[in-house]
Write a protein that binds this ligand. Structure first.
Ligand code: PLP
Length: 399
């Protein structure tokens, strides 16, 4: 059975050119960039090249503004924890209700253990940020604002450049989790007031376990991982050199393909969405239909439980994810859907570089029958409920 992979917001398949770039760093190019000898120096040069490739993708002014990390989660943690250290007179954080757990779980922990006050800005039914609440929360007590560039579940894009300008007015640092945005939308950091930005390799056809944190020159930074002098004392630990050169190549490819790819996936996404909305009654798009990533469709289906659809799609080789989260056997909507007051289960289809028209055709061929079956009176057999909630599909809440 051919797998139709429509879960690119959870992770992407590594590009073959990225794999090719990485392989020598497991063999001939095994040196430690910190070593004095030539083996180390040549690897160090490759790390430098990768840094410039990432710099180019995000439009940073200087290459030393890019710090390699172990991924999006570490970058988010490093940014927020650093801000609290370098701004000891400020103990408040502003974030949104729809952030990734990498930000929300950390904020909840800081609130509980360090008495940090966290302002969680709500969103409306379309997932758009409440700008009035944002303005009210911004005071000189705020150390850092952390608001994502685009949401992983709905694709909704936040106006981060404007949000950063507002944060500057009260002297707060501004961080954005751009894991879903980097490589999908053009980014020109040097023309914004954004201080820090997180990105992750495996969301842009690079390897897992590698990412980067952009820290604007002049912004004080306190390293999360203490140890040696790697990454100019901002991230200790011997560099993940295969991952770094892989991320560099992924960044170069993203920059090269971005425009064409955005147009291509948008037309695939729109065709899928139109097809579903036309043929399936009581289905609609969740999130902001205009301000959103070109690759993401999050579709709500009335009167269908939890992740029933992704589960049945999984059985016919279609990988997508549900907007529900498991809590002790019951299915609850994810924190993002709850923040949007979405009363129905949703299915997220996220397109990527390797998708084509045939993938859309396949989904449109099987989805109407699945929905009909699930909605039919008493038609949902015990067998449909196996193997239980959240198996066979990823949860959007954690990716
Ligand atoms: C995937 C994701 C992360 C986590 O990145 P990892 O590299 O998997 O740690 C953080 N934020 C968003 C928005 C994501 O989609």
């Amino acid at each position: 059975m051919r797998t139709v992979y429509l879960d690119n917001n959870a992770t992407t398949r590594v590009d073959p050119d990225v794999v090719r770039t990485m392989l020598p760093f497991f063999s001939d190019q095994f040196g430690n960039p910190s070593s004095m000898h030539s083996l180390g120096a040549s690897v160090g040069a490759s790390v430098g090249k990768a840094r410039r490739q990432v710099q180019a993708l995000i439009g940073a002014e200087f290459d030393d503004e890019v710090i390699f990390t172990s991924g999006g989660t570490e970058s988010d943690n490093a940014a927020i924890l650093s801000a609290l250290e370098v701004m000891p007179n400020r103990a408040e954080i502003v974030t949104s209700a729809v952030e990734h757990p990498a930000v929300l779980t950390l904020c909840a922990h800081l609130e509980r253990t360090r008495g940090v006050k966290v302002h969680t800005i709500p969103v409306d039914r379309r997932g758009r940020l409440d700008l009035d609440a944002y303005r009210v929360a911004l005071t000189p007590k705020v150390a850092i604002v952390s608001i994502m560039w685009a949401n992983n579940e709905t694709g909704t894009i936040f106006p981060v450049a404007e949000l950063a300008d507002l944060a500057k007015e009260v002297g707060a640092l501004f961080h954005t989790d751009a894991v879903q945005t980097v490589g999908r939308l053009p980014i020109e950091l040097k023309s914004t007031a954004i201080d820090m930005l997180s990105l992750s390799g495996h969301k842009l056809y690079g390897p897992k376990g590698i990412g980067a944190l952009y820290v604007r020159r002049g912004v004080a930074f306190c390293s999360l991982i203490k140890g040696g002098h790697q990454e100019r004392d901002r991230r200790a630990g011997t560099e993940n050199t295969p991952g770094i050169v892989g991320l560099g190549m992924a960044a170069e490819l993203a920059l090269k393909f971005m425009e064409d790819e955005a147009t291509r996936v948008r037309s695939l996404r729109d065709r899928l969405e139109d097809g579903i909305l036309q043929h399936i009654p009581n289905s609609f798009v969740a999130g902001d239909p205009l301000e959103r990533l070109p690759n993401t469709a999050n579709i709500a289906f009335q009167d269908i439980e939890g992740d029933a659809i992704p589960l049945l799609l999984g059985r016919v080789g279609i990988a997508c994810s549900s907007g529900s989260a498991c809590t002790s056997g019951s299915l609850e909507p994810s924190h993002v859907l709850r923040a949007m007051k979405m009363p129905y289960a949703t299915v997220r289809f996220s397109f990527g570089r390797q998708n084509g028209e045939a993938d859309v055709d396949r989904v449109l061929e099987v989805v109407p029958a699945i929905v009909e079956r699930l909605r039919g009176p008493g038609r949902r057999s015990a067998e449909d409920r196996q193997p239980g909630p959240c198996l066979g599909s990823t949860r959007t809440g954690s990716s």
